[in-house]
Design a protein around this ligand. Sequence first.
Ligand code: NAP
Length: 335
Amino acid sequence: MTSKVQWGVLSTAKIGLKAVIPAMQKGERATIAAIASRDGDKARAVAAEYGIPRAYGSYEELLADPAIEAIYNPLPNHLHVPLTIQALEAGKHVLCEKPIALTAAEAETLVEVSKRTGRRVAEAFMVRHHPQWLKARDLVAEGRIGEVRTIHTLFSYYLTDPTNVRNQAEIGGGGLYDIGCYAINTARFLFGAEPERVVGTFDNDPEMRIDRMVSGLAEFPGRRHLAFTCATQLSPSQRVVVLGTKGRIEIEIPFNAPNDRPTRIIVDDGRDLFGSGREAIEIPVTDQYRLQGDAFSAAIRGEGPAPAGLDDAIANMRVIDAFFRSGRSNGWERP
Ligand SMILES: NC(=O)c1ccc[n+]([C@@H]2O[C@H](COP(=O)([O-])OP(=O)(O)OC[C@H]3O[C@@H](n4cnc5c(N)ncnc54)[C@H](OP(=O)(O)O)[C@@H]3O)[C@@H](O)[C@H]2O)c1
């Protein structure tokens, strides 16, 4: 194995501090070598606390650091594409937080820059690295629950703080961008296909103007369905139920899988409604953010398979775009 990939982190975003930085610091192939903030004091304080060697008081200084090979971009959604482009132009690979862009058209602008600079971009859908999702996909592929006809996904939390990035419409706030994107991404992952048409109904917060509840239906080839609700002002809950002709798979904590205890997926062969045919498959303790960082780092070194790249990110954005159009047209829309 070659040396660890030298990563730089754009901003002191909560997701970085709470989850991604500590996880990647435990990685086999990644090291966090620098962090930047708009506020140099904040960057230095975080660097000291996390043992990060270098701190910068602007994003530009980080991007100019010649030792940095890859950038983790957890900026607010409206800055995903602009700063990813700046990082690519500076010769860095980029792991960018979800959603990769505000629209598919904006995401598409990354393709030319990535090709020209020869640098990779991936959208940070960490769930795709978690063994519970790989297991669920394997079970589906081997026909364990028969033919999968529908996936029901629920993702909610309660957040009314108007200063949170999720509650600011002008910088890409709202539930569909923040968590509905997971419902779409994981259904595309399990079905291994793109939806042909979608319809969604939106409830927007009257003051903050962000979507606070979206329920959507996506029809995949073969008349297979994803039905989901994502909500930002509801009691916190997460569940994915995959329903097949011969059984059911449930992923208990599908998105924010903990890194300090095992997770479980339930497989029920459907023999009755009381769980007689129920098997709980325990997935050992792991950290999906560490796996994500290592997978992307290995790909950069040419020592591992390429993670889902821009094509996949753009396809996901096309579905998000179609749901927004459906919210306006009150009808079916094609991604
Ligand atoms: N994959 C996951 O599990 C996961 C989980 C949560 C969030 N996310 C994604 O990560 C991103 C960040 O979410 P977060 O909750 O961590 O956000 P956050 O704590 O608000 O962090 C965003 C950071 O961006 C910087 N920033 C630059 N311009 C800003 C502006 N106009 N307004 C606010 N902040 C600005 C700030 O850092 P400085 O002050 O240091 O410059 C700020 O700390 C979002 O895209 C979100 O979708 C992913």
